[in-house]
Design a protein. Structure first.
Length: 136
């Protein structure tokens, strides 16, 4: 018998910036998550793992740190502040809660994603129009 975790769901978001073919930025997902559960921005540690890349000084510093380590510890508020300033952008990154079940990010500028408890993921999805649930 296979043990299936039915309480965890993955959402992929493919919304585009109005009038363009560009994927909405990771900040759009972070803003929605902040509305759904502001406590996630309270300073608890999150991990960025190898494979993260993008543009800007802060993102490049994370890329550099990952050259000599398996992960980089940060918090969502710091990531949000960095990205909202507009000089930095991730093209590929996964942020994973250290002490929780939520992960989120952007995959190769193709889609945003969030994995976590079904009720949380469903609530995040309500703000986006081009969504896909994976593994349902």
């Amino acid at each position: 018998m296979t043990n299936v975790r039915t309480d965890v769901r993955e959402l992929r978001i493919r919304d585009r910036v109005s009038g363009t073919d560009r994927l909405v930025p990771l900040t759009a997902l972070l803003k929605r998550i902040r509305t759904v559960d502001p406590s996630l921005f309270g300073g608890a540690p999150w991990l960025v793992e190898q494979g993260a890349y993008g543009r800007g000084e802060a993102v490049t510093a994370i890329e550099d740190a990952l050259e000599s380590a398996d992960n980089f510890q940060t918090d969502l508020e710091a990531v949000f502040r960095t990205l909202i300033a507009g000089d930095d952008e991730f093209y590929n990154v996964e942020l994973r809660q250290v002490a929780g079940t939520i992960s989120l990010g952007i995959f190769d500028s193709t889609f945003l994603f969030v994995r976590g408890p079904r009720s949380f993921v469903d609530e995040v999805a309500r703000s986006f129009s081009e969504v896909e649930f994976v593994g349902d």
